[in-house]
Every structure is written in structure tokens, then in C-alpha cells.
Design a protein around this ligand. Structure first.
Ligand SMILES: [Zn+2]
Length: 283
């Protein structure tokens, strides 16, 4: 994985680099699929638009290598990046699709997987925009019902709680949280902040503008601001004039590496538990 520093090719180690012969063999073995989901959207003045795509792709690779150690071979679908952006839509570069587009494209991709013989898909989503979250949920639920595919969203307990998800929804596989437990901090860490800056700095340092990063200040925004920000438009832009929400100044490449590795472990654990029939939602 460390060799990934420098240039990253989002097709490497995904299905897109395999032949049809390898795909058919994996389908015959009912290999589970990891499906990375991100969007192309603004990520502050110091990070490129593709942060969420790289995030979900790199997470999927970590999970794949952790599962391989447990004797579970998975494939990674080509990363999906035409999602919905509401909060950041007023910024240049935030491509935003309609809900039905997201549901249709993800649904068609799952129908293709099912047709070839795959029956388990685990979504690794790196984008928590409210509209996008709804679209992804609907896409997964619709595919389960209409295509009969075992589609699941691998999600951190912290986000499942913040999004108001019911823990026992059949399409959710909730893993223990990597966010600090205890009382939530007053100032929130949401977008293009410490976490995203850190992993980009470790894995794709040539895409982080450190000259600009040095000049940034923490936004010191609260839950009240997040609720307004989530609705998008010019009000959202006023709250985050530079496009980031949180504190990028505390980022470091070392944090990026350790957080990514820790994520790979907890997400692989929950998938292993599920595949081996011993998953139960948190109480
Ligand atoms: Zn992001």
C-alpha cells in the first residue's frame, strides 16, 4: 500500500483491470464486491475535486487487503463518482447529478453484477451530503427489492447515528466508530478538513497545495452551521467562503496513513462477520 504514494490509478486492483475470464471465474466463486462511491466536488483551495473518489477507492483497497489476510477474496468495482452535491453546489467543480441519475446508474451497475453471478455488494461511500445519502439509500433498497441482490452500505456507527439511521435496517452493516467517542466537540470537522487533507497528503502529496494549506485557519463552525450548510446555495457558501468546514491545519500525512489503515481493519472486520454469519447491529 505504501507504494501507492505518488501517482494513484483508480482502476488499479479493481475489476476494470481484469479480463472477462477473471471476472467470470470470480463470479462463479461468488466473490463479494466492494463498490467505492464518491463525487467530484470542491474540496477547499488546497485539495483537488476528486478527494472523495480517491478516499473511497483507497479505503476499498485497504479493506480488500485486510479481507485477503482473513481468507476472503473480494473484487473492487470501478469507482463511482457521478453523485449528488447540494452543500457545495454553489462552487465551481461540484458536479451534481439528479437523484434519479444516481439511482439508475448504481442500479444498472448492480443489475450487471447480478447478471454475471455476483450476489453481494458492499458500498464504501465517502460522501455524506444529505441528498447523496438519500439517493444511495434508495439505490441500495431498490436493487435489493427489484434485482434481488444482497446490497449493503458499510457505515461507521458515528455517521449512522448522525444521519438518524435505524441500526437494524437490513441494508446497513455498521462498524465500530473511528471517530472519538464521548461528547461531540463544539467545532465540527466535516469537509476538506483534517481527515481529508491528511490522507491526500500521504497518498497523493502532489495533489495537495501546501503553500495554500499553510495560510488556512480553522473554521470553528458548529452543528447549527452544519444544518444551514447542508441546504446548500449561497448561504452555504457564506458559511464556508473557502469551501472547507473544519480544521485542515491539524492535518499530517502520518494521520492520513494511520486513519486509512485503521478504517481498513474495522470495515474488513464487519464484512468478515457478515460473510461468516455472525454480524449483529450495535445495540
Ligand atoms: Zn470529501
Amino acid at each position: 500500500m505504501d507504494k501507492q504514494q505518488g501517482r494513484v490509478n483508480i482502476f488499479e486492483e479493481t475489476m476494470a483491470h481484469l479480463t472477462y475470464v477473471e471476472i467470470e471465474k470470480a463470479a462463479a466463486e461468488r466473490a463479494p464486491i466492494l463498490f467505492p462511491v464518491g463525487v467530484v466536488e470542491e474540496h477547499g483551495p488546497h485539495l483537488p475535486l476528486a478527494v472523495d473518489v480517491y478516499g473511497s477507492y483507497l479505503q476499498s483497497r485497504r479493506i480488500k487487503s485486510e479481507l485477503w489476510k482473513k481468507g476472503i477474496n473480494v473484487l473492487i468495482a470501478p469507482p463511482f463518482y457521478w453523485g449528488m452535491n447540494v452543500a457545495t453546489a454553489s462552487f465551481g467543480g461540484s458536479f451534481s447529478c439528479r437523484e434519479e441519475t444516481v439511482i439508475s446508474v448504481l442500479g444498472d451497475a448492480m443489475a450487471s453484477l447480478k447478471r454475471w453471478g455476483f450476489d453481494q455488494v458492499f458500498f464504501i461511500n465517502h460522501h455524506m451530503d444529505g441528498g447523496h445519502v438519500k439517493a444511495l439509500t434508495k439505490a441500495i433498497q431498490k436493487a435489493r427489492k427489484e434485482i434481488g441482490i444482497g446490497a449493503f452500505w458499510i457505515i461507521d456507527q458515528f455517521f449512522a447515528k448522525r444521519l438518524g439511521f435505524k441500526y437494524d435496517e437490513p441494508h446497513l452493516l455498521i462498524h465500530k466508530s473511528l471517530m472519538s467517542s464521548g461528547a461531540p466537540p463544539l467545532y465540527l470537522s466535516v469537509h476538506a478538513e483534517e481527515h481529508e487533507t491528511s490522507f491526500m497528503w500521504h497518498y497523493l502529496p502532489e495533489l495537495v497545495n501546501l503553500e495554500v494549506w499553510k495560510t488556512l485557519k480553522p473554521t470553528n463552525l458548529t452543528m447549527k452551521d452544519l444544518l444551514v450548510w447542508g441546504k446548500g446555495g449561497l448561504e452555504a457558501r457564506k458559511i464556508t467562503p473557502q469551501g472547507y468546514f473544519g480544521d485542515p491545519t491539524s492535518a499530517s500525512p502520518e494521520k492520513g496513513r494511520t486513519e486509512m489503515e485503521a478504517y481498513g481493519k474495522v470495515a474488513a472486520d464487519v464484512i468478515e462477520d457478515f460473510v461468516r454469519g455472525r454480524y449483529s447491529p450495535p445495540g
